[in-house]
Design a binder for this molecule. Structure first.
Ligand code: APR
Length: 270
């Protein structure tokens, strides 16, 4: 029996959790982090993905920081969910998929209609006060104004935009996890609790090299869950997978869930 039929049989039993990475958003125009043309090829993570690096870059090459922030927000602003995001949302609505655990910060799962989304690395559109923990989300209009002002921002303006003051006297920052920072413990606990309750783990578009997110598939394996990987290339997690489908997410998911496909296609076309 071909692998798609076997995977479909497994997943149709339901009780699935998906763990997604940058690869699922690649076909929405958001570059992955690693590999050819990846974000870290253009902006080294040693500088742009940790606090000390960002402070140094801000002090000595502020325009480079502005370019990095601008590119990230423009890409997210111009991106829309793709077929793969919509099919996962459809699977959740049909009660087959329990939740999505994502490493992505692009908000595309939520835009596609997924509700139970655990964001291990946060969300670039959310800002959190480092003092009182108050949060807000950059919605459409505010995001457009943020990007517009960023384009010609001076060093001082970058601070006002990127680390705005909170009424409590603290400062807001993007609610994302940088290298060297701890993941939100509640989100990580929720991810483990979701895995405790499920039969199958669907790995989509992750290289599986960043921990602790990459430890979740090992936990699933220990619990005897069936692991299905969808990725055009083999990854650090492929040895755990019962099935590896070497295809893009927007090719594999419609094939597996074709009866969802016409629904998601309709929604996708609208
Ligand atoms: N469909 C499915 N997978 C794809 C596609 C696609 N169309 N295109 C690329 N991929 C795969 C790549 O083969 C790669 O294995 O997606 C994966 C992307 O890997 P990374 O760029 O390492 O992204 P990710 O695994 O999400 O990184 C994890 O690292 O830098 C940090 O915080 C960042 O959340 C990120 C974390």
């Amino acid at each position: 029996m071909n692998i798609i039929l076997k995977v479909r049989e497994t997943l149709e039993k339901g009780n699935i959790v998906a763990l997604t990475g940058a690869g699922i958003s690649e076909e929405s125009g958001i570059p992955t982090f690693r590999g050819k043309g990846g974000i870290w090829e253009k902006f080294s993570p040693e500088i742009y993905a940790n606090i000390p690096g960002l402070i140094g870059a801000f002090l000595f090459m502020p325009s480079r920081i502005r370019d990095f922030i601008l590119e990230f927000y423009l890409t997210i602003h111009n991106a829309h969910p793709n077929k793969a995001h919509y099919i996962l949302a459809k699977m959740e609505q049909r009660g087959i998929l329990n939740c999505i655990i994502t490493q992505n910060v692009d908000n595309l799962h939520q835009q596609a209609g997924s509700e139970n989304v655990i964001e291990l690395h946060g969300n670039m559109l959310k800002f959190r006060c480092t003092k009182c923990e108050k949060k807000y989300t950059l919605r459409e209009k505010r995001l457009e104004e943020f990007i517009y002002r960023l384009k010609s921002a001076s060093r001082r303006e970058i601070i006002r935009l990127f680390l705005p003051k909170c009424e409590c006297g603290g400062r807001y920052r993007p609610d994302v996890v940088l290298f060297g920072e701890f993941l939100p413990q509640d989100e990580l606990n929720r991810a483990y609790m979701e895995l405790e309750k499920t039969n199958s783990l669907l790995l989509i578009g992750t290289s599986g090299v960043v921990y602790p997110a990459a430890s979740l598939p090992y936990f699933a394996k220990e619990r005897g869950m069936t692991i299905i990987e969808i990725n055009p290339y083999h990854t650090a997690l492929s040895h755990l997978a019962d099935y590896t489908i070497l295809k893009k997410a927007t090719e594999a998911l419609p094939e597996i869930f074709e009866h969802f496909n016409e629904q998601s296609q309709k929604k996708f076309r609208n």
